[in-house]
Design a protein around this ligand. Sequence first.
Ligand code: 5GP
Ligand code: MN
Length: 347
Amino acid sequence: MDRSKDSASLSSFLAGAKHISTVTHGRPDGDAAGSSASMVSYLESCRGKDAVALFPDPVPENAAFVLDGLKYITDRDEAAGRLQSTDLLICLDFNTLSRVEGLVDAVRAYKGPKVLIDHHEEPDTASFDLCISDTRVSSACELLYEVLLGMPDIAGDPSRLPAAAARALMTGMTTDTNNFANSVWPGTLQMASGLLAAGVDREDIIDRLYHSERPNRLAAMGEMLSGRMKILPAGGAVTVLPQSFFDRHGLLDGETEGFVNMPLALKDVRLSILAREDGDFFRVSIRSKRGTSARLLAKNFFHGGGHEQASGGRVLIPQDISCATEAEEYITGITARFLQENTAVKN
Ligand code: 5GP
Ligand code: MN
């Protein structure tokens, strides 16, 4: 899609800024890392800016390669310090400031201009000086790709993108589409085609993202599938992973990424919900098949939101449950009721 107006608006913000930072959501995923890396790479290589990517949490090991050779900060105090000398903050892959989690106070305290580039519903436009937002794209990377193509120095030619930016864009789009399984739009394939023609090595990206696992992850996946996941009569699958599960398998941050998708392989499952104990609350991930809204379940019952088919939220202690052992019963009850009341909509 032609985003030349958005490109021109972003350009005018870039013109007035020398020290530019990006920031993305907590627990960054491939799209968060990829959009941050590609923005920083473009700003540095094509615009000669001092550009740094700020992350509220470490980037998962399998996606961290996109940041090779680029400046980035994952320490929260250091990131807050960098914000003090930042002239322009580019916010990537989130719709409301609360999603930057551990950096939220520092970002709220930042008084310079903020630009948003994002693909989630209901962006909090009042928090940003420029909002580039579209939900009809696969990923923040796809939107950023189109915005970068509209820049005068790229002039619609993906081969003019710095190699690191091109690789990072392909990476983020690949993880957000679950390797072209979901949210694939015509523009998504046009982007993939443009980046491949520009020389991006997709096989290398796939090897790094999906063929570099530790055995711990597969052992944990085995336990999840053979015993932990509960199938509900109305077409739901509920999986609750307590802290002891992570300890027993020695899992690193992000090593259960993608587990929530697996129950959808079953014909009769139309919604999968997976909760992970995280300190004093549970993080919830929800995925659904077309016709059932993961977003509504997250928004109405789990203090969250997201996309129609991929959303997230939380179960809070003590607001929702009084202790961690009640999580499974609580989530199962809500999910069963939600599915009974929301029969699948035929498309
Ligand atoms: P994941 O399950 O991969 O953590 O998140 C899937 C999607 O759900 C994300 O792309 C994001 O759109 C959304 N999401 C996750 N957690 C939250 C949350 O706490 N609040 C909102 N509004 N969206 C979330
Ligand atoms: Mn995304």
